[in-house]
Design a protein around this ligand. Sequence first.
Ligand SMILES: CC(C)(COP(=O)(O)OP(=O)(O)OC[C@H]1O[C@@H](n2cnc3c(N)ncnc32)[C@H](O)[C@@H]1OP(=O)(O)O)[C@@H](O)C(=O)NCCC(=O)NCCS
Length: 224
Amino acid sequence: MAYVVQPMVLDDVEEVSRVETECFTTPWPINAYRRELRENRLSKYLVLRWSSSDGRRVETNVGSAAAGDPLAGMRRAVSQLLRPFGVGDQPRSTLPSILGFAGLWLMFDEAHITTIGVRRTVRGLGLGELLLVNLVESARELGANRLTLEVRVSNHVAQSLYRKYTFKEEGVRKRYYSDNGEDALIMWSDRIDAPAFVDTFRVLRTELDRKIAALSAPIVESRV
Ligand SMILES: CC(C)(COP(=O)(O)OP(=O)(O)OC[C@H]1O[C@@H](n2cnc3c(N)ncnc32)[C@H](O)[C@@H]1OP(=O)(O)O)[C@@H](O)C(=O)NCCC(=O)NCCS
């Protein structure tokens, strides 16, 4: 079992939307993701899963409950009854499989990061960074030279993540966020084909891979 990043597919969209509501006060309408996946050839969307190491999805009771599994309630009750005896407590069976998501648009030779988010209960473990490095790699594959994004001036956690990967503030969009009129910082990475970036990226990626490999199974609250 491992944390894996995979291309987002249409079947992922409902779960991505649920994760997104944990991340943003103004999430995208669910159809926006569907449209992006179906129609936007210049976009790339990723999901982060706790998955079998060969990339296969972990089947979860969450999925079957959402699909109307009539035995889900009974299974949950049995699991609760057995918990004091250390039996029936099967965290993997109640895991939502998607823990984070991210996306970008290619505009000429610039990759615009449109979204990135991680479930609240698994933040601070390196998973947001894992998504970002995958976005950088996707941007490189698509032929981008630099990455750019907007971030709330108050979002110091995300800014810190971006700064780690050479992003710097190059402008402000006044009152960019409609929910509270907050300004956005416009941040740009260094050129991702520059030798200095390539070296820094390689070092950070190696450290991150080590950190992620040492993580155990994610602990997330059950939605069953
Ligand atoms: C931003 C977000 C994706 C970061 O994901 P994460 O998994 O929590 O972050 P990671 O554990 O991978 O940390 C990577 C870096 O982020 C920064 N960071 C993470 N948590 C932080 C904290 N509590 N305080 C300050 N910086 C922090 C650090 O630079 C960290 O690098 P380090 O480990 O070398 O210190 C996540 O907080 C999130 O989903 N937030 C809500 C959605 C959002 O704001 N998205 C960005 C929109 S622009």
